[in-house]
Design a protein around this ligand. Structure first.
Ligand code: PLP
Length: 392
């Protein structure tokens, strides 16, 4: 390996949400949380150097996406996703979550329904509810092969005339599905039949595990004129704190509406350090990303074999993308509060409660596997030991 994916990084006293929001009994104990979706790895050194150079330049003025930034973004989409982006499609926002709220306000009115497939990343619910719109859930079907879209249900919900927008998570957090071209084409057809656009949140687009292929929603001819694609360097290169995302809106009429609402919300700047970071990541970061993906894949494999062999009462969904593992702990027979208390007090593990992602997440936990393998092993061993004491 050319890059370092083994060193433990001390993130205490950096204001990291992941650490400061730990439950009291675990806070300050040296335990590494498995919660918030950022990584326990340093960003690529090429990115760190570019940001340090910009810091030393010292003139932290207002900066935008023009020139080298736009070229780097287009280069990445073309080389990594075989997707040709036109210059005027790009609208920058200060995060994908911000873009979700902008889209909800741009394309719907108060009281309208917004369709989501659940369980899903919790700010999807917030973006709808906090803007006075109505959440319309189409639950994903749990099958023996993992999660599938229940197209019958999706079609029925989409046909409700009050549904005016769909928020799609592609790849899907927390269940790790990378949607196939066929699945995406069916979603595109349902949206156009019912005359509402689709916001495709593709923030995990680069985190595709071996064997998988990510399809950009807007690369489908049937979807291109009816969607917004949200991307960022944040998940891919561990740069979430730079608050910068690249939103593509190929259709001019949708773009006008989206840009107007984004402008009203104060979007437009690329934060000063995000500009050199994005340029470096998208022009020099491919090798780092390939190594990261092999590390994350190795972590998933370790988790699958450990759980199969040593904690067979649990089930892990086999992820095709993201660095997030979705673990079914329902067989432990605990209710929601008992499971939380057991994990914190007995296992001393800080992970994400599945109900954050909707009621279908009851009995499930989400673990962030973007961390040194040794830390994952420690957590698996702690979990095994705590479960063994239950069986005594
Ligand atoms: C699906 C999804 N969208 C958006 C975000 C966060 O986006 P941002 O930090 O750009 O607001 C996350 C972070 O976990 C995510 O999983």
């Amino acid at each position: 390996m050319k890059y370092d994916f083994t060193t433990r990084i001390d993130r205490s006293n950096t204001g990291a949400f992941k650490y400061d929001m730990m439950p009291e009994p675990l806070k300050g104990s040296g335990i590494v949380p498995l919660t918030v979706a950022d990584m326990e790895f340093s960003a690529p050194p090429e990115v760190n150097e570019a940001v340090a150079k910009a810091a030393l330049h010292g003139c932290y003025g207002y900066t935008g996406p023009q020139g080298e930034y736009l070229e780097a973004v287009k280069h990445w989409q073309k080389t990594r996703h075989d997707w040709q982006v036109e210059d005027d499609w790009l609208v920058v926002t200060n995060g994908v979550v911000q873009a979700l709220g902008v889209a909800v306000r741009a394309f719907t009115n108060e009281g309208d329904g917004v369709l989501i497939m659940t369980p899903v990343y919790h700010p999807f619910y917030d973006a709808i509810r906090d803007n006075g719109r109505r959440i319309v859930e189409s639950p994903l079907a749990e099958t023996e092969h993992g999660y599938e879209i229940d197209f019958e249900d999706l079609e029925r919900k989409a046909a409700d005339p009050s549904v005016r927008l769909m928020l799609l998570c592609s790849p899907h957090n927390p269940i790790g599905r990378v949607w196939s071209r066929e699945e995406l084409a069916r979603i595109a057809a349902i949206a156009s039949e019912n005359e509402f656009p689709v916001v495709s949140d593709e923030i995990h687009n680069d985190l595709i595990l071996p064997g998988g292929t990510h399809t950009v929603f807007a690369s489908l001819p049937e979807a291109a004129g009816n969607c917004i694609v949200c991307t960022a360097v944040s998940k891919t290169f561990n740069l979430a704190g730079l608050s910068c995302s690249n939103i593509f809106v190929p259709d001019p009429a949708l773009r006008e509406k989206f840009s107007f609402e984004a402008h009203k919300s104060g979007c437009g700047c690329v934060p000063y350090p995000a500009r050199p970071a994005t340029i470096a990541a998208y022009t020099k970061g491919a090798e780092w990303l390939d190594e990261l993906l092999s590390v994350v894949d190795g972590n998933f494999r370790l988790m699958y074999s450990f759980i199969d062999e040593r904690i067979p009462e649990l089930r892990v969904t086999h992820a095709q993308g993201t660095y997030l593992a979705w673990i079914d702990m329902r067989a432990l027979g605990m209710d929601h509060d008992e499971l939380n208390a057991f994990l914190v007090n007995e296992a001393r593990i800080c992970d994400s409660d599945g109900t954050m992602f909707g009621s279908a997440g009851n009995g499930f936990r989400r673990w962030n596997l973007a961390l040194p393998r040794e830390i994952l092993e420690e957590n698996l061993i702690k979990l095994e030991k705590a479960i063994k004491t239950l069986n005594k």
